[in-house]
Design a binder for this molecule. Structure first.
Ligand SMILES: *Cc1c(COP(=O)(O)O)cnc(C)c1O
Length: 397
């Protein structure tokens, strides 16, 4: 069988092993060491955030962030609905209650109108949320220009889930630096990886000091073991951080490649009626971590599932768009706010993620394009008159 084409798989730059070797040579086989410090410094330099704390995962980062912002049992936390489950699981860890917010159709990210509506209603009930988790999906920032002033008006701090958007910008500002706290993930499928890992960034020095403390069991400043608050064991290993150091050297290269893959798909499939790619909103730099699109079933008689299965039969990985969290059985009964229609549901039902692996060649992308075109031509019910015309046409040539 031919080599599998992946959605998004780890892609080493070449220097990672050297930094991992450095950890072995110096015997810093621990959740601290020079790789950890250097990786944090690189993220600070790249994002222009004042502080960074390397963590064992993005999920750990969201958990720690919500804790630092004072989320406790019984509190409400607002969260984008169209996202990976990890955005909201930490709300449950803390015994808090998630309230899900719909997407706007343009950016696929949190709808400012739906957020405002939810905040008005929760403010009237005297149940303002302790925090809002705003997610930047598939490599693009949410419309922060509108979302942040709304949160500010109600004094709700923002955790920016930038797990999928490292390297993106909005109005020239780096993704992850908009909220009180920003979170990145370095899981195997992300734009860069440490095999598993995460990072918290913030411009708030006091918050970052707390993050460093709480992520390492919250030790007090004493000569003996003294703890006056609950902490976590969430620091990143110095081995994994070595991989991260090397990956940071190729991040911009990876973004360029992701965007080139998107451009090729757009050129090959963009003119097919019924197919629409996820828009890049104005003033936004989208990394195109994953190329995603929707199928308008009124124009194209094909479901995302049919494309996924067809590509799978050619050993090519494609996926559905995240299933919205308000539709997940685990969050049954949680409150949900849309502005008008349920956009998250529509995007899920009509959406598709195409293989966007940076190791793909132009020929690989072309292969995916051609397979999708073949499938579309097979599936389209050609009205009999038109079918006759085509046959007649072929006879003439
Ligand atoms: C990957 C991801 C996370 C979780 O990161 P992990 O490092 O896998 O824990 C959180 N939110 C979103 C939107 C993600 O895509």
């Amino acid at each position: 069988m031919k080599e599998r084409i992946y959605l998004s798989s780890p892609h080493m730059g070449g220097t990672e092993e050297m930094y991992v070797q450095e950890a072995f040579d110096t015997n810093w086989i621990a959740p601290l060491g020079s790789n950890v410090s250097r990786f944090e410094e690189q993220i600070r330099e790249y994002t222009e955030a004042k502080g960074a704390c390397a963590l064992s995962s993005g999920t750990a980062g969201i958990h720690l962030a919500l804790d630092l912002l004072g989320v406790r049992a019984g509190d409400y936390v607002f969260c984008s609905s169209l996202t990976f489950i990890a955005s909201a699981n930490p709300i449950t860890y803390l015994g808090a209650k998630p309230v899900f917010i719909d997407s706007e159709i343009d950016s696929w990210n949190m709808s400012p109108e739906a957020l405002e509506k939810a905040l008005q209603i929760y403010a009237a009930k005297g149940h303002l949320p302790k925090a809002a988790v705003i997610v930047n999906l598939y490599g693009q920032s949410a419309r922060m220009e509108k979302l942040l002033p709304i949160c500010k008006k109600y004094k709700v701090p923002v955790v920016e889930d930038a797990a999928e958007s490292l390297g993106a910008t909005y109005r020239g500002q780096n993704s992850g630096t908009f909220g009180e706290i920003g979170i990145f993930s370095f899981n195997g499928n992300k734009i860069i990886t440490t095999s598993g890992g995460g990072m918290m960034i913030s411009n708030d020095a006091a918050l970052m000091e707390q993050a460093h403390k709480k992520s390492a069991q919250a030790k007090d400043k004493a000569l003996f073991y003294s703890h006056s608050e609950t902490g976590y064991n969430y620091r990143l290993s110095n081995i994994c951080a070595g991989i991260g150091r090397g990956q940071m050297e190729v991040l911009d290269e990876r973004i360029q490649k992701k965007r080139a893959i998107f451009e090729q798909y757009k050129k090959g499939l963009g003119s097919i009626p019924g197919l629409s790619f996820m828009p890049e909103i104005s003033h936004s730099f989208h990394t195109r971590w994953l190329t995603t699109l929707t199928i308008d079933k009124k124009l194209l008689n094909l479901t995302p599932e049919e494309i996924i299965n067809y590509l799978a039969s050619h050993n090519i990985e494609a996926r559905h768009v995240w299933k919205p969290l308000h539709l997940q059985p685990v969050f049954y009964g949680a409150d949900y706010f849309s502005f008008d229609e349920d956009n998250a549901k529509t995007l899920f039902e009509s959406g598709l993620c195409l293989p966007s692996d940076t190791k793909m060649t132009e020929e690989h992308v072309e292969e995916v394009i051609n397979l999708i075109k073949t499938l579309i031509s097979e599936y389209q019910e050609i009205p009999s008159e038109q079918a006759n015309l085509t046959i007649a046409g072929e006879e003439i040539h």
